[in-house]
Ligand binder design. Structure first.
Ligand code: ZN
Length: 346
């Protein structure tokens, strides 16, 4: 039996994303096979395709970290009752028994990996994963919505918690149109913050407002950070939510209040940034790095989704055979929210 998938054999432009047919894998001990009903793209998929200097991905590799589907086969040691269950995949894979895993901080596990980065991912018709990657799909949530939530919601939630965002804080969300940005606004609002967001297009700024931002800023103006100050009685933002890096970082630091926390999970525009240390320590500020989050938190986020308190913003949906168009759209930076991949259509 064969399945369709998108696979990276060599890094490069969008043509290096190969549509191939590969044998369907049998689940080994403690593993299950899931027939995917929807997957979602993340910026990580672009890094996997293009490559990252100094980093080796295990090629050939099927990208895709997010997915939801139906369990169709189980390996030894897995209860057959799983077969037919509708599930959402936990994107982070960890050993499950080291100190960090036992403490619930699975993203600190020395063996931590991500679907579609360290092992085959979800841009395929099926995926084999350890049983412990499965969570039940929340009732009443569409396949597309279920697949669009995990990585961006978990990342955003974890960042806001690490930055100790609290009621009454001003939260500045950089790049509100990204998957994590749209989640940060919704979660920030739930945590009682006042939200200012940057968006590089009118559509992205409007989306930020619709999601609950009280003020939006066009980052094209080199002094955009001054507007954060003027919108917060000259104080600046208590928490800055960064995922852009080089092109916005200096402004993000300038927008930060005394005692403020800048938290970052990404560097889509480049990772070399300038930090004025005098300003950082005189103002008692913190820069915090964050990647992924605790698997327990994903349960909480799925509950919030089921209660209608958060909802992934879906930009567009493409069947698997149009994944090139999907990648091009994400790379164009025109998308607002998540790009979802649905099963191959003959
Ligand atoms: Zn571990």
């Amino acid at each position: 039996m064969q399945m369709h998938c998108a696979q990276v054999r060599e890094h490069g432009d969008v043509d290096h994303l190969l549509l191939e047919q590969v044998p369907i894998e049998q689940p080994a001990t403690d593993e299950v096979r899931v027939r995917l009903r929807a997957s979602a793209l993340n910026h990580l998929d672009l890094w996997v395709r293009k490559g990252v200097p100094g980093h080796r991905f295990p090629l050939p590799l099927i990208p895709g970290c997010d997915g939801a589907g139906v369990v169709e086969a189980v390996g030894d040691g897995v209860d057959e009752a799983w077969i037919g269950r509708e599930v959402v995949l936990i994107p982070g894979v960890s050993c499950g028994h080291c100190t960090h895993c036992r403490d619930g901080n699975d993203m600190l596990c020395p063996e931590y990996g991500i679907l579609g980065e360290t092992r085959h991912g979800t841009c395929a018709e099926t995926i084999v994963v350890p049983e412990r990657q499965l969570l039940d799909r929340p009732e009443g949530i569409s396949w597309e919505q279920a697949a669009a939530l995990p990585l961006s919601a978990l990342t955003a939630w974890s960042m806001l918690r690490k930055a100790r965002l609290t009621t009454g804080d001003t939260l500045l969300v950089i790049a509100a149109g990204s998957g994590v940005g749209t989640m940060a606004i919704q979660l920030g609002k739930l945590l009682g913050a006042r939200i200012i967001a940057t968006g590089s297009s009118g559509a992205k700024r409007q989306l930020a407002k619709d999601l609950g931002a009280s003020h939006t800023i066009d980052p094209a103006d080199p002094n955009w950070w001054k507007e954060v100050k003027s919108q917060s009685d000259g104080e600046g933002a208590d928490v800055v939510f960064e995922n852009v890096g080089q092109s916005t970082f200096e402004g993000s630091l300038r927008a930060l209040a005394r005692g403020g926390r800048l938290v970052t999970c990404g560097a889509t525009s480049g990772s070399q940034v300038k930090v004025e240390l005098n300003r950082l320590f005189f103002k008692n500020q913190q820069i915090i790095g964050s990647t992924m989050g605790r698997r327990d938190d994903l349960n909480r986020l799925l509950r919030l989704q089921q209660q209608g308190l958060i909802e992934p913003v879906i930009d567009s949906t493409f069947p698997l055979q149009q994944i090139h168009t999907a990648h091009q759209r994400m790379e164009s930076r025109e998308s607002c929210g998540k790009i979802v991949i649905t099963p191959w259509k003959d």
